[in-house]
Design a protein around this ligand. Structure first.
Ligand code: NAP
Length: 251
């Protein structure tokens, strides 16, 4: 299974118990990274994934922690450092969605979206960067969304959080590039995961697929392949970019 472009690297993928994060964890492990599978609530899925990765010869660890809490992020990093070593590859993937009219969004719903999708990546970057800077090498990939580029009706909180993440990515990329750290974002289109299934009916998913130029929804593996490339040395000169993975939606 192991091919090697991420060998001797520790990769933390937030929200990787399922969906896109789990596919990134599999792809990073396949390239030889030691993988930390973070989850908030889906303990069983995270532990099953870790077992699967270990069976394939990878070093892997399941670690609980809400990315929106600075205390939990600190505990998460300490657990990863103790078990696997310092993190040099960080994928800020944990995310939550909200489909609601602005007039119906509660303070709590707004905060949940912002805490997970924007504060979380900030907290994880802040915690990961000192090691990356001291070794003058690190890779950060933030999982944004095409809705953060385009905006979307009834998705204002989600789109605002992802739009914020995109500008956070571009700003941080300029800030830390002189220290050997690159920061990029992926902007997936509609990807077939629990998140989409919770938001849309089967018919709505089919209608959406027909609007995508390639004629289908994306798979988590479609996103994972590019993410792992951005984590590898092949992407050394790619920095501050926001790359759509959307079957041509934004083309
Ligand atoms: P998903 O299937 O709903 O999975 C979300 C993952 O994030 C789960 O592992 C979940 O863990 C974790 N998570 C949620 N809140 C968390 C928190 N506060 N702290 C730590 N982990 C947390 O979602 P997905 O579709 O794979 O989405 C992954 C990323 O891609 C998200 O950032 C999403 O916004 C983005 N994205 C998705 C699509 C799409 O169409 N699916 C499109 C564009 C962008 P638990 O189960 O343990 O809570």
């Amino acid at each position: 299974m192991i091919k090697g472009s991420l060998q001797n690297k520790v990769c933390l993928i937030t929200g990787s118990s399922r969906g896109i994060g789990a596919a990134i964890a599999r792809a990073a492990a396949a390239e030889g990274a030691a993988v930390a599978v973070n989850y908030r609530a889906s303990r069983q899925q995270a532990e099953l994934l870790v077992e699967e990765l270990r069976d394939l010869g990878a070093q892997a660890l399941a670690v609980q922690g809400d990315v929106g809490s600075s205390g939990e992020v600190e505990n998460l990093f300490v657990s990863v450092e103790q078990a696997l070593g310092p993190v040099s590859l960080l994928v800020n993937n944990a995310g939550t969605s909200l489909r609601e009219l602005v007039t119906n969004i509660s303070d709590e719903q707004w905060d949940r979206v912002m805490d997970t999708n924007l504060r979380g990546p900030f907290l994880c970057c802040r915690r990961a960067l000192p090691h990356m800077i001291s070794t003058r090498w690190g890779r950060i990939v933030n999982i944004a969304s095409i809705w953060g580029l385009l905006g979307a009706s009834c998705e204002s909180a989600y789109a605002a959080s992802k739009g914020g993440l995109i500008l956070f990515t571009k700003s941080l990329a300029r800030e830390v590039a002189p220290c050997g750290v690159t920061v990029n974002a992926l902007a997936p289109g509609p990807i077939s995961t629990d998140m989409l299934a919770e938001e849309l009916t089967i018919q709505e998913c089919q209608d959406l697929a027909e609007q995508v130029p390639v004629g289908r929804l994306g798979s988590p593996e479609d996103v994972a392949a590019l993410c792992v490339f951005l984590l590898s040395s092949g992407a050394n000169y790619i920095n501050g970019q926001v790359i759509p993975v959307d079957g041509g939606w934004t083309a």
